[in-house]
Write a protein that binds this ligand. Structure first.
Ligand SMILES: Nc1nc2c(ncn2[C@@H]2O[C@H](COP(=O)(O)OP(=O)(O)OP(=O)(O)O)[C@@H](O)[C@H]2O)c(=O)[nH]1
Ligand SMILES: [Mg+2]
Length: 349
């Protein structure tokens, strides 16, 4: 299918070719593929949720109920890490609470129900836990959601509580397999695929590499001072650089757009005030606790891997993001959708 026109106007022909390109893609009925990649915890699923929200695809009650159980599990994980870090000389957690915690059957630990959460709430409020949170919180690398959910634990305890959009964005659930959504942008269907980023999940990536219009690669900016969950001897930023290098060299993507989200800028902005970039980049010579200089340094590092590539000619876009910020992400996801749609137009011109 296509339109023809014999106009001598270059501009008109250009416009005409664009229409033909859209019609051609529509007639094949194939959605554009946007593939979210990145190491574990970089924020891929959070970004996928933002694409959904920006497209007014609201979370259903069933999804919110599932999220509620996951929030219980998040609270349990953070609490267990804090209890495991008990050290001599610290303010002890009330013994009767610790005993109740230790007596919990395994099933209730894996899938904490309301009773378990009541116990978790009492433990969270215990002065021993609160002091441990202050002294060990950063060393233990607790889930990002810890502070948010522990602060609203009384609300979470209510039987009528259903997670808000904000809660769902902050919730941590490791992706196993894939999550997929479809959104319509300027009459073009975009299929967005979110894969699991942990090491054991990456071998499944290959089956999604065909016909990718754009790769959206996520890097956690706060990862310079955090370790990989499944390989604690490895720094998250080093892991991200390794994975990104592989993706940039992947033949299947030589013609795809490459969009980089330097994510968790909110967390890194706080972190850089106390932990200099040199903990990860020994040759960094910029100002020690300067967030802007630090981000520039990291941006250039990733940019060099793409721009200086001997073969691939990616169009490369970089965004510094906070994936849990709904207002900002509405704009950023809009830009990404625009990039995807313009790609089908330009690739056929
Ligand atoms: N504060 C803050 N938290 C974020 C940001 N992006 C993601 N998070 C949180 O980080 C955690 C991990 O995010 P996910 O979206 O699950 O990461 P992922 O890349 O999908 O991880 P895998 O599924 O294991 O590959 C979640 O609790 C998110 O709410 C951000 O920009 N700022
Ligand atoms: Mg995920």
């Amino acid at each position: 299918m296509g339109l023809t026109c014999s106009s001598s106007s270059g501009e008109f022909n250009h416009y005409n070719r664009r229409i033909n390109a859209i019609l051609a893609s529509e007639s094949k009925n194939l959605p554009m593929k946007l593939l979210l990649l990145g190491a574990g915890e970089s924020g891929k699923s959070t970004v996928l949720k933002q694409f959904r929200l920006a497209d007014n695809q609201a979370f259903s009650t069933k999804e919110r109920e599932r999220a509620k159980r996951a929030i219980f599990a998040n609270l349990w994980d953070s609490l267990s890490s804090l209890l495991a870090a008990e050290e001599e000389g610290e303010l002890p957690v009330r013994p009767e609470l610790r005993q109740s915690y230790e007596a919990l059957p395994r099933k209730q630990q894996r899938e904490p129900g309301l009773e378990t959460i009541r116990l978790i709430a009492r433990l969270w409020k215990d002065p021993g836990i609160q002091s441990r949170l202050t002294t060990h919180g950063s060393k233990l690398e607790l889930l990002e959601s810890t502070q948010h959910f522990s602060e609203k634990i009384d609300e979470i305890l209510k039987s009528e509580y259903l997670p808000t959009d904000e809660d769902i964005l902050l919730l941590r659930v490791r992706t196993i397999g894939i999550n997929v959504i479809q959104i319509l942008e300027q009459r073009t269907m975009i299929k967005i695929i979110d894969v699991g980023g942990q090491r054991s999940e990456r071998r499944k990536w290959l089956s999604h590499f065909d016909d990718v219009a754009a790769v959206l690669f996520l890097v956690s900016l706060s990862g310079y001072a955090r370790v990989v969950h499944e390989a604690e001897e490895t720094n998250q930023m080093a892991e991200a650089i390794g994975v990104f290098t592989t993706i940039v060299n992947e033949k299947s993507f030589f013609k795809s757009n490459m969009i980089l989200f330097l994510n968790k800028c909110d967390l890194s902005a706080k972190m850089i005030g106390t932990t200099p970039l040199t903990v990860c980049f020994q040759d960094y010579e910029g100002k020690e606790n300067d967030y802007t200089e630090g981000v520039e340094y990291i941006t250039e590092l990733f940019q060099d891997l793409v721009v200086n590539h001997p073969v691939a000619k990616h169009k490369f876009y970089v965004h510094v993001t906070c994936a849990v910020d709904q207002a900002a992400m509405r704009l950023t996801t809009g830009t990404v959708k625009h990039i995807c749609v313009s790609n089908i137009l330009t690739s056929m011109i």
